[in-house]
Write a protein that binds this ligand. Structure first.
Ligand code: G1P
Ligand code: ZN
Length: 543
């Protein structure tokens, strides 16, 4: 196979956002587009030369083509071994785990997460580094700078790897190992959770419904829930990965997993309802007639995790992203551990995890995980909940209500304004930013502003600074409003407004979230004027 250096011109838009590079499939299909991006990685992260590289994706359209390109380029760039999931599949957390156990120099995860897939959908690529975590801001910036200057890429001609055939193949002088996408991950899960106990819980007639949404978690759900834990096959649905995700939008939330929400509110609902997203890093948790918000799920897992086998030593600490509600802070305080507040995006947890400062972390955007990998992990969260249910013999509702009685309850919602003109979104941010200094001490209905600032973060491990991470208006313990711009959208700008209200009085714990938050929505409009400035009367999505 001849090695070729192919002349190419840079594409100026290859800046990775909070979760890699995401674009329409058609963008990725432009000549040399993917190649330039990958070559930037090979040029900048020199550890790949002579090292191992993990490759896998969420199974969306263009996955297999992109993997063949990546393998040919890896061989031409001196990678010694590629480890690739069979059929081109690897969930994001399973890829992170493989990078760790194989001591790989890095990994390409081909996904646009929950964004719709198919020919007209999105494609994406995340670069994870040695240790399994996402590329740091610094590395991302260097990749971007390099991508703007690139003039050539290297590849091997005529490469074709049979992605269905497990075992070793060679490409030039590089080895390609096709592995089962679930094996290593399933072994890890069995070290963390009490499978006997969960199996017993199923045997006693308890039930689960897990929706893989035709994305990557199907094979993982089949192996773990059905084959290993003995749940009936009807416990999993939409479990075969499809290139277009069945035309759906695999984002496990109240909008896109509505059918699951409806099922959990119907007669005969199972004990636990759960779903994951396109690449398997997000999770949604529901009990019979009850939705557990991600911030609550994080707090509840924080309160129970030390009861599970992999966490018996207790938690080192916990972290949540800034817009995530402060429920977990209360648990951390009660258990005497530090709670860190980081900017949005999983990569900010990595240093804390690597330094052993935290064991558990999570985001409001349906992401939760622990120090077992360096990504959020949807199936892990479902197993953790199953284990908590089996260990306590309580229902999801009982766990939630007990938790709220002890710690109080955080009512929470996120309002997204999608596809705004960039200038309009910026105007909202600038208008609010310009009034922040005047807000403290001001009263809005029942709420008095105690602090208002732009969130800037200094990483406690390496001292690096991240500025401009959202605007927050705090009303003491009682409430918070946060406004920030999304870093993952592919069409126009997305503005996010986050609302949080805390109640800790027995009579205030059973409200409907939308009603509990209604007064705060009015306050938010007075302070942030989103409707006024954007002309939108309502958010595009409420989760
Ligand atoms: C969104 C979520 C964020 C998450 C990211 C990647 O980013 O809000 O928590 O880490 O997707 O899944 P955003 O679009 O808000 O920048
Ligand atoms: Zn995802």
């Amino acid at each position: 196979m001849p090695l070729r250096e192919i002349a190419s011109k840079p594409y100026p838009d290859q800046k990775s956002g909070t979760a890699g590079l995401r674009k329409k499939v058609a963008v990725f299909q432009q000549p040399h587009y993917l190649e330039n991006f990958l070559q930037s990685i090979f040029d900048v992260d020199t550890r790949l030369r002579g090292g191992a590289l993990v490759i896998g994706g969420d199974g969306r359209y263009h996955n297999r083509t992109a993997i063949q390109t990546a393998i040919a380029m890896a061989a031409a760039n001196g990678v010694s071994r590629v480890i690739v999931g069979q059929g081109g599949l690897l969930s994001t957390p399973a890829a992170s785990h493989l990078i760790r156990t194989r001591r790989a120099a890095g990994g390409f995860i081909l996904t646009a997460s929950h964004n719709p897939a198919g020919m007209d959908g999105d494609f994406g690529i995340k670069y994870n580094v040695a240790g399994g975590g996402q590329a740091t801001e610094g590395l991302t910036d260097r990749l971007y700078e390099h991508s703007k200057q690139i003039q050539r890429y290297r590849t091997l001609e005529g490469v074709y790897v049979d992605l269905e055939r497990r075992g070793l193949q060679t490409v030039g002088s590089m080895e390609v190992e096709v592995v089962d996408c679930v094996d290593d991950y399933a072994a890890l899960m069995q070290m963390l959770f009490d499978f006997d106990r969960i199996r017993d819980w199923f045997k006693r007639g308890h039930s689960l419904r897990f929706d893989a949404m035709h994305a990557v978690t199907g094979p993982y759900a089949q192996r773990l829930f059905v084959d290993l834990l003995g749940a009936p096959l009807s416990s999993i649905q939409n479990a075969s990965p499809l290139e277009d995700f069945g035309g759906g939008h695999p984002d496990p939330n109240l909008i896109y997993a509505r059918h699951l929400v409806d099922l959990m509110h119907s007669e005969g609902a199972p004990d636990l309802g759960a779903a994951s997203d396109g690449d398997g890093d997000r999770n949604m948790i529901l009990g019979r007639g009850i939705f557990i918000s991600p911030g609550d799920s994080l707090a509840m897992l924080c309160a129970h995790l030390h009861e599970l086998p992999g966490y018996r030593r207790g938690l080192a600490g916990v972290a949540r992203s800034m817009p995530t509600c402060r429920a977990v802070d209360h648990v951390a305080k009660a258990l005497g551990m530090t709670c860190y507040e980081t900017p949005t995006g999983w990569k900010f947890f990595a240093n804390l995890l690597d330094a052993g400062r935290i064991t558990l972390c999570g985001e409001e955007s349906f992401g939760t995980s622990s120090d077992h990998v360096r990504e959020k992990d949807g199936v892990w969260a479902v197993l953790a909940w199953l284990n908590v249910l089996a260990a306590t013999q309580l229902s999801v509702r009982e766990i939630a209500e007990r938790h709220w009685r002890r710690f109080g309850r955080h009512y929470y919602a996120r309002h997204d304004y999608d596809e705004l003109p960039a200038s309009t979104a910026t105007q909202v941010m600038q208008t609010l930013a310009s009034t922040l200094l005047e807000l403290p001490g001001k009263r809005f209905g029942d709420y008095t502003v105690t602090d208002a600032d732009e969130f800037n973060y200094r990483d406690p491990v390496d001292g690096s600074i991240a500025t401009n991470q959202g605007l927050r208006v705090t009303f003491g313990e009682a409430a918070r409003l946060i406004v920030r711009l999304s870093g993952t959208g592919t069409k126009g700008a997305t503005l996010r407004l986050y609302l949080e209200r805390y109640e800790n009085n027995e009579t205030t714990l059973g409200w409907k979230t939308s009603e509990a938050l209604a007064p705060l929505v009015n306050v938010a409009e007075k302070i942030a004027r989103v409707a006024d400035i954007t002309g939108r009367r309502a958010p595009s999505v409420v989760t």
